[in-house]
Design a protein around this ligand. Structure first.
Ligand code: PMT
Length: 405
C-alpha cells in the first residue's frame, strides 16, 4: 500500500454491522500509511465493537454523539466536517445508506456527511437480501449520482451463514482505494460522449414514431463514466430522467437533431458510446396540421435516417466507437454483423427478448464484442452493467493508445 501524504485526514464512520470489527484493522492500516484518522461511531456500531479499540488504534477520542458538550468543546461537529479531507464509512449499513440518501441529520455521522464537502466513500456491508433489495439499490444509485464512491461489496460467505454479495471489502482493499485517488478513476482525463434514449420522429404536431427506450442504460453509463473520472457529454433523446451530477447534457428530439448534436460535440472525444435507440426511419413529410381521420387506412411514407454511429466510425479522426445492438433473435450474429458493417471498435449486444431487462427495465445484461475478444456481463442493475462495460472500454482504450489503464 502507498504511504499517505499528511493531507490525508480521514473521518472514518463506523455504522452498525458485524463487519465493524474489521474497521479496527482499517484504522491500523490507514495510520500505518501516514493518515490521520478520526473515528465516528453510530449508536448501533457500539453494539459490535467498543470505542476503546478505535481510540487506541487512532490515538484520538472516538466521537459518538451529536450532543456531547465535552467533545463539542474540543472540536465542534462543523469543525470536524471541515477538518476531513475524506469521509469514509466502513461498514456502511443499509440503514445508514438510506439515511444518507434521504439527507437525514439524526445522529453525528449523518450530520457530518451533510456538513462536509469532502469526498465520500462508502463500503457497504449487509446481508445479501438486504443488499439486493430495490430500496437499497435505489439509495445507492442516488448516492452515486451525488458523487459518492461505492467500494464493494464483495461476494462470499456472510456472517449470517448465507452466501452472496454483501460482505464488506477487506480492510486492505478499502485502505488502498482511499489512499490512492486514481483507483476507480480509470477514465481520468478521458472525454466520453454518450447518446441515450429514443428519438421521436414527428408525423404531425401531435403524433410521432418512437420506441420504448427510457434512456436508463445510457444515463447509467454517463453517471458511472463521470464517477470513473471521465468528462462526460450526454446527448439525450426525450426521456424523463435527472441529469447525473457533473455531466454535460444536450437534449434532442429527432434522429437528425441527435446526429447534429453528436457531430457538434465530437471534437476531442476519446470515446463515443451510442446507447441511444435511434429511429431508423422518419416520416418523409411532417404535416403542419393535425392529420384528420377521414379514410379507413392511412399510408405513411418513411425515409431512412442517417446512421449516426456509422458516420462517426467512418471519420478519420474518430474516437473509440462503441455501438449497442438491441436484438430479439440471433443476437450474436446480428450484433457482430453491425460491428463489422458499421466499422465499430466494440458492440454491446442487448437481447431485448428477455423479460425484465433491456428497454425500460432497471436491469440489463450484455455480451460485448470486439474484433478479437468478448465479455459477458451477467444480468445486474444498469449501473453495475455500466461499470463493467466502462471498465472493459477503459482497457480497450488503453490498449488502443498504448497507455496503462
Ligand atoms: O434506454 P433503455 O430503456 O435503458 O434501454 C436500453 C436500450 C435497449 C435502448 C440500449 O441498451 C440499446 O440496446 N440501445 C441500442 C438500441 C438500438 O437502436 O439498436 P440498433 O441495433 O437499432 O442500433 C445499432 C447501433 O446503431 C446503436 O448503437 C444505435 O445507437 C446506432 N444507430 C442506429 C440507427 C441510427 N440511425 N443511428 C445510429 O447511430
Amino acid at each position: 500500500m502507498s504511504s499517505a501524504p499528511s493531507s490525508h485526514r480521514i473521518l472514518l464512520g463506523v455504522s452498525g454491522g458485524i463487519a465493524a470489527y474489521k474497521s479496527a484493522e482499517l484504522v491500523r492500516l490507514l495510520i500505518k500509511a501516514g493518515a490521520e484518522v478520526q473515528v465516528v461511531m453510530t449508536e448501533a456500531a457500539q453494539h459490535f465493537v467498543g470505542a476503546a479499540t478505535f481510540q487506541a488504534l487512532s490515538g484520538r477520542a472516538v466521537r459518538t454523539h451529536l450532543w456531547d458538550p465535552a467533545a463539542e468543546a474540543a472540536m465542534g461537529h462543523i469543525e470536524l466536517a471541515r477538518w476531513a479531507s475524506q469521509v469514509v464509512i466502513a461498514p456502511a449499513s443499509a440503514d445508514l445508506l438510506a439515511r444518507l440518501a434521504q439527507g437525514h441529520a439524526d445522529d453525528l455521522l449523518a450530520t457530518l456527511c451533510l456538513a462536509s464537502a469532502a469526498p465520500l466513500s462508502l463500503a457497504p456491508a449487509m446481508n445479501r437480501q438486504m443488499w439486493a433489495h430495490p430500496a437499497t439499490q435505489a439509495n445507492l444509485d442516488l448516492l452515486r449520482q451525488r458523487g459518492a464512491r461505492i467500494l464493494g461489496p464483495a461476494a462470499g460467505e456472510q456472517a449470517c451463514g448465507e452466501v452472496g454479495e454483501g460482505r464488506m471489502l477487506e480492510p486492505s482493499a478499502i485502505a488502498t482505494a482511499v489512499l490512492t485517488p486514481s483507483v476507480g478513476g480509470v477514465l481520468q482525463g478521458r472525454r466520453v460522449l454518450i447518446s441515450a434514449g429514443p428519438t421521436l420522429e414527428d408525423i404531425d404536431p401531435v403524433r410521432f414514431v418512437g420506441n420504448r427506450s427510457s434512456g436508463k442504460m445510457g444515463f447509467a453509463i454517463a453517471q458511472v463514466a463521470q464517477a470513473m473520472g471521465a468528462e462526460v457529454t450526454l446527448i439525450a433523446g426525450p426521456v424523463a430522467l435527472a441529469t447525473p451530477s457533473g455531466v454535460q447534457r444536450v437534449d434532442v428530439r429527432s434522429a437528425l437533431q441527435m446526429r447534429e448534436a453528436v457531430l457538434q460535440h465530437l471534437d476531442g472525444q476519446h470515446v463515443f458510446i451510442a446507447a441511444a435507440a435511434v429511429a431508423d426511419y422518419r416520416p418523409r413529410e411532417v404535416a403542419a396540421q393535425k392529420i384528420k381521420k377521414c379514410a379507413d387506412t392511412l399510408e405513411l411514407q418513411l425515409v431512412r435516417n442517417p446512421d449516426i454511429v456509422a458516420e462517426v466510425a467512418a471519420r478519420q479522426d474518430r474516437p473509440l466507437v462503441v455501438g449497442f445492438a438491441a436484438e430479439t433473435n440471433d443476437v450474436e450474429s446480428h450484433a457482430c454483423d453491425k460491428l463489422a458493417r458499421k466499422k465499430l471498435d466494440m458492440i454491446a449486444a442487448n437481447d431485448v427478448s428477455i423479460a425484465g431487462q433491456g428497454f425500460e427495465s432497471e436491469r440489463n445484461a450484455l455480451n460485448v464484442y470486439w474484433h478479437d475478444g468478448m465479455l459477458r456481463i451477467a444480468p445486474a442493475r444498469k449501473s453495475e452493467v455500466a461499470r463493467q462495460l466502462l471498465t472493459c472500454i477503459a482497457e480497450r482504450l488503453a490498449h488502443a493508445t498504448g497507455t496503462p489503464s
